[in-house]
Ligand binder design. Structure first.
Ligand SMILES: *Cc1c(COP(=O)(O)O)cnc(C)c1O
Length: 412
């Protein structure tokens, strides 16, 4: 069999003309249907703001799943509170016995995550929180759309957060929503530099993946001007830094305020300067104009097609046996029988994947939660976002399948 040619597959949604097609009501409810919605610059900023709304402060404890994104932790520390990790079951649902064991007078809030876009039934956890007067923050970073047993995403939590960047072709964006409470904070704009950066970076990412070619031609000159201005700003900042004699001139971006949050660069940092900052005009426009129905339909279709294309290949199994009607997947979560060898092959072939949970917060290990450690070791998520075209999806399936077959044939 011929090796499929290497391609540059967008690991996250990128803008295309089709982004704005397929309007109409999504088949599933979304976080934006909640009564109170604030569009901010990232999911982690929304977590910090949710904890602030709940009155979490110094000395308090917040329970967080042992299986997590490290970006969920710094917002707790920003409030001056301590994180306590609770166990999850092999299917990623919270271990309620463990949560009950951890409850105490200092516990002020619990975070629960709908992993990979599969809405969980949080009614028992909700009841436990109610019985103890504890706030529930529903982490919908993987679950912008969805419902379970007629309960929409975000409806169980006192507050819910979303990571809009994971579902829409935008450079920055997160949301804080509530179906139960009003939101007390007031948002401010991020400034002209931030607005420009948010718009241009989203366009550049689209161009880099061969999308929006006519617009690319039209914008060639403005984008050149932009890089010239950027270089100029960075040089001025660098010289300002060396001028003060502090010797911190090595990082040109550091002395001035950041134009955009580091959360957009796949770091785990929490920068409090972005608390109460409104998402850019560009991101908000994309959220308003992008077809939710198309996002849900195409993600579900790509998920099922990828699973079907891998059926019968050795060395993998799906994390979830079925795709429920109420789910709009973030990625296709799969478990590898020989993770290290497979991931090395996939990386070499240029397959974009997320290894969610591969790096957990320092100190979280198999003793904290064996299921989380096992998932962190074995799990890989393949992109199934709405902006994958058919050829890209076919390449992805063929390349992963070739790697699995190759590995099964290789001597151990
Ligand atoms: C990505 C993620 C977050 C944080 O979202 P950002 O928009 O990256 O800040 C929170 N929780 C989970 C489970 C995530 O995967």
């Amino acid at each position: 069999m011929r090796e499929p040619m290497r391609r540059l597959i967008p690991s996250v949604p990128v803008l295309s003309l089709a982004t704005f097609g397929g309007r109409g009501k999504p088949a599933l409810p979304s976080l934006l249907d909640a009564g109170a919605v604030q569009l901010v610059t990232s999911g982690r900023i929304a977590i910090g703001m949710a904890l602030r709304e709940l009155g979490v402060g110094p000395g308090d404890m917040v329970l967080v799943p042992a299986y997590h994104s490290p970006s969920m932790i710094p917002p707790v520390h920003w409030r001056g509170a301590t994180v306590v990790f609770y166990r999850i079951h092999p299917d990623t649902t919270p271990d309620l016995d463990d949560i009950a064991r951890l409850l105490g007078p200092r516990v002020k809030a619990v975070m629960a995550t709908h992993f990979f876009g599969f809405p969980q039934d949080l009614s028992a956890l909700r009841a436990l929180c109610d019985a103890h007067g504890i706030g529930l923050v529903e982490d919908c970073a993987h679950c912008f759309f969805g419902e379970r047993n007629g309960v929409a995403v975000g409806a169980a939590g006192d507050y819910a957060i979303g990571s809009s960047m994971k579902f829409f072709p935008i450079f920055e964006g997160g949301c804080l929503v509530s179906r139960r409470h009003r939101l007390s904070g007031k948002l401010h704009g991020g400034g002209a530099g931030f607005e420009a950066k948010a718009a241009l970076t989203a366009l550049e990412l689209a161009f880099a993946h061969g999308r929006l070619a006519p617009l690319r031609a039209a914008l060639a000159l403005p984008l050149k001007l932009k890089s010239a201005v950027w270089t100029h700003i960075k040089r001025r900042r660098a010289s300002a830094a060396t001028g003060t004699g502090t010797g911190i001139g090595t990082d040109a971006a550091r002395p001035g305020p950041a134009l955009a949050p580091a959360s957009s660069d796949s770091s785990f940092e929490f920068d409090p300067r972005w608390v109460d900052k409104r998402s850019s005009w560009f991101s908000r426009a994309v959220l308003r104009l992008a077809g939710g129905a198309r996002i849900v339909a195409r993600r579900r279709r790509n998920y099922l097609a990828l699973q079907r294309a891998l059926a019968g290949a050795p060395g993998w199994r799906p994390l979830f046996a079925t795709l429920p009607d109420g789910a709009c997947p973030w990625v296709v979560p799969l478990l590898a029988a020989q993770p290290e060898a497979l991931f090395a092959r996939l990386e070499a072939a240029g397959v974009p994947m997320v290894r969610f949970g591969a790096s957990l917060w320092p100190g979280v290990d198999a003793a904290t939660c064996a299921n989380s450690a096992a998932l962190g070791r074995q799990l890989f998520g393949l992109p199934c976002h709405q902006e994958l075209d058919d050829a890209e999806r076919a390449w992805l399936a063929a390349t992963v399948r070739a790697a699995l077959d190759d590995l099964a044939g290789a001597p151990l």
